[in-house]
Structures are given as C-alpha cells and as structure tokens.
Design a protein around this ligand. Structure first.
Ligand code: CU
Length: 97
C-alpha cells in the first residue's frame, strides 16, 4: 500500500508541466569575425549580465558549430554566453533581422 502511494505521488510529480526556467535576457552584439573552423566568433558586445561583463570586443568560443550558420561579419546578433574558467562560450546566437 505504501509503495502504491509513493508511485502515485511520483506520477503526480512527473505529470506537472515542465516550467521553463526564466531565460536570462539575451545580450546585444555585432559580429566582427567568424572562424567556423575553430568554432569561434569575435563580437563587439554590450553588457552580459549573466557573467557580469561590461561592453567590449572579444573572441568567444561557440558551443555548437550550427550556431554560426548564417552568421557573418557585420551582422547584429543577440546571444547568450557562459563562462568556464577563462573560456567564454556562446550558447545561443540569433541574428537580428
Ligand atoms: Cu567581453
């Protein structure tokens, strides 16, 4: 009986709608250079709240090569980045139309 209750409780728990965590706001940037082979991008970027970075121009690694599709120098983008030690990695990248 106890076991059945536990299963029911677990079932209820997992049937809860998955709530997307509030996504951090995307940062603004302008592409300076794309190095697809190295999976790197140079961005002149605005403030990045998630990693407490002020505006500057710098090179980021790109988490997935696909993120660079359709991205070229001069394009305005919105992006998300995370820091791993001294590496800065773009995890989301959208060209602003
Ligand atoms: Cu920076």
């Amino acid at each position: 009986m106890k076991k059945q209750l536990m299963i029911a409780a677990l079932a209820a728990l997992f049937s809860l709608p998955l709530q997307a965590a509030d996504p951090a706001p995307l940062s603004q940037g302008e592409v300076r250079k794309v190095d697809a082979a190295a999976q790197k991008i140079t961005l002149r970027h605005g403030p990045i709240a998630s990693i407490g970075m002020p505006p500057m121009t710098m090179v980021f690694e790109v988490e997935k090569a696909e993120l660079l599709e359709g991205v070229s120098a001069g394009k305005k983008v919105r992006f998300q980045a995370r820091q791993e030690g001294n590496r800065y990695i773009v995890t989301e990248l959208q060209v602003v139309e």
